[in-house]
Design a protein around this ligand. Structure first.
Ligand code: SF4
Length: 182
């Protein structure tokens, strides 16, 4: 049985109307910058979303630029009061996946992260993943290895969207696995 009524009810709901009014929020910031996009959004919200829509047709993954164009950011260590390390936050989300299940983060080309993404983008998955799932570690022979700690995945799907080569596919893990926010 197909849930055909779901689409119609969703489109008739207040939540759909509210999201539609702000559909241009992100695209306007991307296109016109923080100040110009902010001005567009301010006026648009005053007018209840009546300004012409702004479309952003460049996918997020296509906007990533090579690491060589940027200075490395030296983040201060988390102080445990106002800022926290990733893994203690993952712990709070009660995330759990049975360790013997197949990895639910599939790589189309397992060699690509180290072969292409590491030299060009300093392997971005180790930074954009909020749960520290992806790591570049040193193998026994001293060469870099791409490690996926899938047990920590909080199911945000950022990796599926952001990988510059679209090499990662998030698939549903075994039933019951994932974050369990109390
Ligand atoms: S879905 Fe989110 S938490 Fe899970 S591996 Fe991808 S980026 Fe990390």
């Amino acid at each position: 049985q197909e849930l055909t009524a779901f689409g119609d009810k969703w489109q008739a709901s207040w939540a759909y109307a509210e999201l539609e009014e702000s559909a241009s929020f992100g695209p306007a910031i991307h296109k016109y910058g923080t100040v110009g996009g902010g001005a567009y959004n301010f006026v648009n919200q005053l007018l209840g979303g009546k300004l012409p829509n702004v479309h952003d047709t460049t996918a997020d993954h296509a906007r990533l630029k090579p690491a060589s164009e940027y200075e490395k950011i030296d983040y201060p260590k988390p102080d445990g009061k106002l800022s926290f390390d990733k893994l203690s936050s993952v712990f709070l989300s009660n995330t759990n996946h049975e360790e013997d299940q197949p990895c639910h983060l599939r790589l189309a080309d397992p060699e690509l992260p180290i072969r292409d993404n590491l030299p060009e983008y300093a392997e971005p998955a180790s930074r954009y993943c909020p749960a520290g799932v992806y790591e570049v570690v040193e193998g026994d022979d001293g060469t870099p290895q791409f490690q996926i700690n899938f047990q920590n995945c909080v199911h945000c799907k950022t990796c599926d969207i952001k990988d510059p080569a679209q090499n990662i596919t998030w698939v549903a893990p075994e039933g019951g696995g994932g974050p369990n926010y109390p």
